[in-house]
Design a protein around this ligand. Structure first.
Ligand SMILES: Cc1ncc(COP(=O)(O)O)c(C=O)c1O
Length: 382
């Protein structure tokens, strides 16, 4: 329960025409998937991410499931996934029949470690999933160098955190054959629950639409290419309702404002906490100079888990809803069950216990950032 004076971890906010567009969607008479707002939102995203095509989905999880179906996985196939990520970065591929090989992260960006990926590669690997943790690009150059040695292995960017971030001037989400986006309540751009599959290879577009349209060639029918549509392949009901797409478009149109607001929150936390990080032995996010972050979150890495848990309790006692993040997947009960082989992920184990996320949302008031930083600093010293 959040009390009146509490500082929540996240709070949704209206930034543009969300409510007017919701009303207009109802009045247009088209509120299922594939409506006019969905088209506009997709067009905007295609323009900004340089994609060949893009499909709005019910979640990032369902976009990951679509990418798994597009891989046509066979028994014995494996997918390399970071252990430090959300469950469905791995689960989506397990549901399509793959086994998972868990890779560690590197300590700088907390993204997939290319050196560990190189060690884990073998003939069974069909895809590698990279996450841009906190919206900061992972070592894409390192991953490309590893994948260049393995013909046909697909790079998939789980870009749930990184929409509108860049790596060496190119948008995050434009590097993999597929990328997935999340518009869940906690994400920078939100419609409550939602996502998108970004297609960067034009060769995937036609089949992706079939999978998206419940295994039918409905798109060919809509384009007038066939006189009726029928069941032609695997698929499911992945499409985002135009009600949600209307809300989403209202947010997307304001993306530059939203990124700027989040950058202001990030920068204020940095100003307040950076001067003490060496003395008080914690570490704040590092943004390599060749990347622009999407400003998805602000975290601190504490000396050890005991210290992290102590600070979390202290903040919560003051009504400040800070939180931890991913619990390692490689040692989870389902991770052990669905892994192809055992792997050690010591950086993941270490980071997971030390990471603390501070309240972070578009219009987090300055005085709340300052109160959070003050209580954080008081608790670190106890
Ligand atoms: C890296 C990552 N991938 C996927 C997801 C799942 O997103 P969704 O809730 O849109 O399915 C999350 C959720 O937070 C995430 O952090």
């Amino acid at each position: 329960m959040t009390e009146f004076n509490d500082i929540p971890f996240n709070r949704p906010s209206l930034e543009g025409n969300e409510l007017a567009y919701l009303r207009a969607a109802v009045e247009s008479g088209h509120i299922s998937a594939g409506g006019p707002f969905g088209h506009k939102a997709s067009e905007l995203l295609i323009r900004e991410t340089h994609a060949a095509d893009l499909l709005l989905t019910t979640s990032c999880t369902s976009a990951l499931e679509m990418s798994a179906l597009l891989l046509d996985l066979r028994p014995g196939d494996t997918v390399i996934v970071p252990s430090f990520t959300y469950v469905t970065s791995a689960l989506a591929f397990v549901r399509a029949g793959a086994r998972i090989v868990f890779a560690d992260i590197e300590p700088l960006t907390l993204g997939l470690d290319p050196l560990h990926v190189a060690e884990l590669m073998d003939e069974s690997v069909r895809a590698v999933v990279a996450v841009h943790y906190a919206g900061i690009g992972c070592d894409l150059e390192g991953l490309r160098a590893v994948l260049a040695e393995w013909d046909g292995v697909v790079l998939i960017e789980d870009n749930a955190h990184g929409l509108f971030g860049t790596y060496r001037g190119s948008p995050l989400g434009s590097f993999g054959r597929f990328a997935t986006l999340s518009f869940h309540e906690t994400k920078n751009i939100s419609c409550g629950e939602g996502g998108a599959l970004v297609l960067n290879d034009p060769a995937d577009v036609e089949r992706a639409h079939v999978i998206y349209n419940k295994g039918t060639n409905r798109r060919s029918f809509m384009l007038g290419e066939v006189d009726k549509y029928s069941w032609v392949d695997t698929g499911s009901s992945f499409g985002m309702s135009d009600l949600l797409a209307a809300y989403l478009l209202g947010q997307l149109e304001q993306w530059e404002k939203i990124v700027a607001m989040r950058q202001a929150v990030f920068d204020r936390y940095l100003e307040l906490l950076m001067p003490h990080q060496d003395d008080l032995e914690y570490r704040l996010p590092i943004v390599p100079s060749d990347r622009n972050p999407a400003y998805h979150m602000f975290y601190a890495l504490l000396e050890n888990q005991q210290k992290r848990d102590h600070i979390l309790r202290g903040l919560r006692d003051e009504g400040i809803h800070a939180t931890f993040h991913y619990v390692p997947l490689h040692s989870s009960s389902a991770g052990l069950r669905f892994q192809a082989k055992r792997s050690e992920c010591p950086v993941t184990d270490n980071i997971s216990g030390r990471l603390l996320r501070l309240p972070f949302f578009n219009d987090l008031p300055l005085q709340d950032i300052e109160r959070t930083a003050e209580v954080f600093l008081k608790e670190v010293q106890q």
